[in-house]
Design a protein around this ligand. Structure first.
Ligand code: ATP
Length: 235
């Protein structure tokens, strides 16, 4: 579904990714873990076309999307739930979800809304409430729900557990599993919370200083002593 080959990217003279190779198969949940500043967010943003890759390429379902503008990348089935959620705080929950459907066929809207609200009953109860008044966990649900409104083939999730209480984190990860299992959406997840991410994922990659240092099944990575020492303290 997603193939990243030799990807290099950064900000002006600062290079954040130094040749990254990652594959995500159809229906898989793949986690990318790594320390603060390793380049995880930069990778997801480069997949969406901003910043642009300076070298390498990105294939989505076999098509080279590396040089496409962001709205065309979204049209081809990529959706991004960004770090820090970035919901529209003054808009209602309903309007936020509408924004997620901006590039979709309007004839699908009601059906897509129903599907998203079935996943997130909490959002259904709060459709008229302003996004900014939701709790952190509800805002995370809204960010994921908004991304799902474009009917993605591949959902990119950046730090869905960030700043949430442990119980809420568990709930969010259960929903992510359900999106994969019940809706057949392929998921590429970036997380500092390596324990939860690797427990959920079929496979994982570890990013260190803009390069993949290690990869394997979620179970193998969780059992790896190096991972346990560096990324799982407190997990
Ligand atoms: P975090 O979990 O803190 O977001 P990360 O693994 O996602 O970490 P990135 O945010 O991708 O890491 O950062 C990778 C590198 O790029 C870091 O050295 C960071 O300082 C740098 N960087 C990130 N955003 C920018 C920016 N807008 N301009 C310049 N440098 C940036």
């Amino acid at each position: 579904m997603l193939r990243i080959e030799g990807l290099k990217s950064g900000y002006g003279r600062i290079q954040a990714l130094h040749g990254v190779d990652i594959e995500v198969g159809q229906g898989e949940i793949v986690a990318l873990v790594g320390a603060n500043g390793a380049g995880k967010t930069t990778l997801l943003m480069t997949l969406c076309g901003n910043p642009r890759a300076s070298e390498g390429r990105v294939l989505l379902a076999g098509e080279d999307i590396t040089a496409l503008p962001t709205h065309q990348i979204i049209r081809r089935g990529l959706a991004h739930s960004p770090e820090g959620r970035h919901i529209f705080p003054r808009m209602s929950v309903y309007e936020n979800l509408q924004m997620g459907a901006a590039v979709s066929d309007p004839r699908h809207f009601d059906q897509d809304l129903e599907r998203v609200l079935a996943l997130f009953p909490r959002l259904k109860e709060r459709l008229d409430q302003r996004g900014g008044t939701l709790s952190g966990g509800e805002q995370q649900m809204l960010a994921i729900g908004r991304a799902l409104m474009s009917r993605p083939k591949l959902l990119l999730l950046d730090e869905p557990s960030l700043g949430l209480a442990p119980l809420v984190v568990r709930h969010i990860f259960e929903i992510i599993a359900a999106i994969s299992r019940d809706q057949g959406v392929t998921i590429f997840l970036v997380e500092q919370n390596a324990f939860h991410a690797l427990k959920l994922a079929h496979r994982g990659y570890v990013l260190v200083n803009g390069k993949v240092a290690l990869s394997g099944s979620g179970t193998d990575l969780l059992a790896n002593p190096e991972i346990r020492a560096h990324y799982l303290d407190g997990g």
